[in-house]
Design a protein around this ligand. Sequence first.
Ligand SMILES: Cc1ncc(COP(=O)(O)O)c(C=O)c1O
Length: 372
Amino acid sequence: MIPINKPWLGVEEKQELLDILEENILTSPANNGGKRVQEFESSLREYINVKHVIAVNSGTSALHASLLSIGVRPGDEVILPSFTFVATANSVIAAGAKPVFADINQQDYTIDILDMKKKINKSTKAIIPVHLYGHPSNMNEINSIAREQSICVIEDACQSLGSTYFQRQTGTLGDIGCFSFYASKVITTGEGGAIVTDNDDVAEKLKMIRNHGMVHGYDTALFGLNLRLPELSAGVGKIQMKKLAQMLKIRRNNADILSEGLKKFEQMQSIVNLPQETMDKKFNWYLFTVNFKDKNQRDLVKNHLINEGIGATVYYDPPVHKAPYYNNSDSVSDDTLPNTIWAWHHALSLPVHPLVTENDLYKILKVFETCK
Ligand SMILES: Cc1ncc(COP(=O)(O)O)c(C=O)c1O
């Protein structure tokens, strides 16, 4: 089976892990983190081109800590898409605030600007645009609306390391950016995450929040938790960063093969719409997500692909507002999020990660041919 995503690990990661075990320093409670954490943060800082990077133990922790750092608390509302991984909404709940779901657009599945604007009120403290599938959200519009109303923008860049918007890395466009290094992401530390910001005060707070609100130890000055990244994970991340450019190149190459091969289905019969970069939005090709005109056709192709050993996946099934925990009397009705419902029923993600071979890609194209 070719899974939808898979880590690309090698001897360098193994050696790094052995070295750390040999050194016998597995973590550090220091305010700046351990040696590997600092090295990993430096390589991210350089790549992303941002002033501060704070490594944490997951993307969820990155989002939660970011919300705490800007003072989000009970009574506040945070706007985010429902068409995302549930962690985005859960982090808002963890901060004690209310998630308010906005619709997405049908072009790239990112937050719909008009709907987002409609959902702003006096209680809105933050907006979390999600760069879903590695597609950059429309950050110029989001930032200008948020700035007018003194609302913070926390980018959920968990899927978008390497994606750019007007040549700038996603995650650096709002006030704070959050990354995940879960095993399915473009680089992995197993579990892990990072927060990026240019704001010195926020960065200092974030370093405290990841360490029980302490600076020197036993001097808790604000609420925090243990959100520290272990040295073993940071060591793997440091090596993964060295391979990032190469891995992104392979993803792009795989995506090019699918785009070329699927073009005819888009042009001739309008069966699918393909993911489309623009001059200003460049993808990391975390996933290759297409949408079908017809849901039955989508399901047919998906089932055929799975039978052929290709892990085609529907993200997100269901969207967050339809998950049992969120689907309560307080929840929004489907007709207020029409594009979210549409994407749930029509989108299909295909694998393009570095372990996908040309043969696998041709297998995918053949299934489309069979199902047309
Ligand atoms: C869009 C999005 N937000 C948040 C997260 C949470 O990241 P993590 O799984 O590292 O906690 C993920 C990844 O799983 C994600 O894809």
